[in-house]
Ligand binder design. Structure first.
Ligand SMILES: *[C@@H]1O[C@H](CO)[C@@H](O)[C@H](O)[C@H]1NC(C)=O
Ligand SMILES: *[C@@H]1O[C@H](CO)[C@@H](O)[C@H](O)[C@H]1NC(C)=O
Ligand SMILES: *[C@@H]1O[C@H](CO)[C@@H](O)[C@H](O)[C@H]1NC(C)=O
Length: 449
């Protein structure tokens, strides 16, 4: 027993060393993937251009630190879904967007292409990049419109601009042709905002080009929450990448997020129907007209081991009027359930694991890791699809003390929390397929590190 454990550890160490050596090259040569495949890099990963901090000796603290921003994002997502306003526009003036830039993809803006690392976000439609001359931008990598032969501004009187500017009317004078460019303000991250010009240019993704892609060209920033090289919105709304790329990708994309621990690795973003997994189990996407960007799914129940957790149906049910339900999100770190649902799941989990439980940061169910051998599998039952969470996506470990923690949490109590969010940590090494044309989401196991 002990011997085989020792052998397993040796094997794992050797595997770790050999895969790390292999992965060293992946930062420079990630172009040998398929035509429409992009590398997805964790912002703290080795391949990230953003001076990532060295992996902490206690990476659970890194995750706890990242997850400490979840409540703000949850609060943002919840405030949007309960909004009494009519249909929310893709990039709205004065709206507070709480995004956490967990994963970046490399894109090329303009002709010839200028390389940018943009944060990918499935709960936003917006795309924007910092442009040359930007005041207050943190990155020295700025998009230079004047050196792109395909760049163009967007007239203030087009409907997209009218939506962006909200109550600000277009200036009637000032340009020779009688029209003027579309400038707009957007607040972001609670403490930040930017001023940008709606623009169009070619967007290069791997070997593809999306012509006339509309995005905000940022000319000034205040605050420090703005993703340094911009944001790529992968939501469902009218200005998202899927809507703007039309038949190029037929509304289909998928991603596989690398393991949180895999500092050296990248995952992938596959655009279009080609090369997507066949025979993948799927669940229908639900549409909330109040929040067209979000990917709502029908989570019907949760099992812990063989026990179906008793959760009152209203804590899981989709309700387009209140915005309640469950979404899949690429910007929240840890999966959050509304409090009564989380309590029920946690209580059942504790029943099935021996030990006393302590809290560590966001996590309230940490126990001596020798007891984890008996830890039950958590299964999310979606309409038509069950997702058995791999143990790596269920437990998080503290290296300082030999602890394992249940890596999910309750939605913050101080917000009108009605939304369950399936987040990054629970999506590691799974391929999540978004088929907006057929209104469904598929999930399959894949080791994509
Ligand atoms: C942007 O915000 C500034 C400062 O609040 C304001 O002066 C300006 O009119 C706003 N412009 C637009 C287009 O919203
Ligand atoms: C819990 O501890 C008891 C008594 O030591 C043992 O019989 C049981 O198998 C343990 N259960 C788990 C899930 O580890
Ligand atoms: C969710 O799935 C359940 C079980 O299949 C079904 O009864 C319910 O109508 C579905 N809800 C929505 C909003 O589609």
């Amino acid at each position: 027993m002990a011997l085989s454990n020792v052998a397993t550890y040796f094997f794992l160490i050797i595997l770790l060393i050999s895969t790390r050596v292999l992965a060293f090259d992946s930062c420079v040569s990630n172009s040998n993937k398929g035509n429409s495949d992009l590398s997805v890099i964790h912002i703290y990963g080795k391949c990230s251009p953003f001076n990532p901090p060295k992996p902490s000796s206690s990476w659970i603290n890194t995750v706890i630190n990242m997850a400490s921003k979840d409540p703000r994002r949850l609060s943002y997502l919840s405030s949007l879904v309960v909004s009494k306003k009519p249909t929310i526009v893709p990039i709205a003036p004065g709206q507070q967007l709480f995004n956490i830039g967990n994963y970046v993809v490399r894109v090329k803006m303009g002709t010839p292409g200028q390389q940018m690392y943009m944060v990918m976000d499935t709960s936003n439609d917006a795309a924007w990049v910092p442009c040359s001359g930007c005041v207050g931008c943190s990155s020295t990598t700025l998009f230079a419109p004047t050196t792109s032969s395909t760049y163009g501004s967007v007239d203030c009187f087009v409907p997209e601009c009218t939506q962006l500017r909200g109550s600000f009317s277009c200036p009637s004078t000032g340009s020779v042709s009688g029209s003027s460019a579309c400038f707009f303000n957007q607040s972001y991250g609670g403490d930040s905002s930017f001023y940008a010009m709606l623009s169009r240019d070619s967007l290069g993704l791997a070997n593809d080009v999306v012509p006339n892609y509309a995005f905000g060209c940022i000319s000034s920033i205040s605050g420090n929450s703005i993703p340094p090289q911009g944001l790529l919105g992968l939501g469902r709304g009218s200005m998202s990448l899927m809507s703007q790329s039309g038949s190029l990708y037929s509304g289909v994309f998928s991603y596989c997020l690398p393991s949180f621990k895999s500092y050296y690795f990248s995952g992938s973003l596959k655009l279009g129907p080609v090369g997507q997994p066949k025979n993948i189990k799927t669940t229908p996407l639900l549409k909330n007209p109040r929040r067209p960007s979000l990917y709502y799914v029908n989570l019907t129940s949760v099992s812990v081991g063989r026990v179906q957790v008793p959760i009152a149906p209203e804590h899981l049910a989709f309700d387009p009027n209140t915005g309640a339900g469950t979404i899949i999100d690429s910007g929240t770190v840890i999966t959050r359930f509304v409090q009564p649902a989380y309590d029920a799941i946690r209580d059942e989990f504790r029943k099935q694991v021996n030990g006393t439980f302590i809290s560590l940061g966001t996590f309230d169910t940490c126990f001596a890791s020798p007891n984890e051998a008996g830890a039950p599998t958590i299964t999310l039952h979606f309409e038509g699809m069950d997702l058995k969470l791999p143990m790596e996506n269920t437990l998080i470990h503290s290296s300082a003390t030999p602890l394992a923690c249940l890596a999910i949490a309750a939605a913050p109590n101080n917000v009108n929390s009605i939304l369950n969010v399936i987040a990054n940590l629970q999506q590691q090494n799974l391929r999540i397929l978004f088929d907006t044309a057929n209104s469904r989401v598929g999930i399959a196991r894949e080791v994509c590190n």
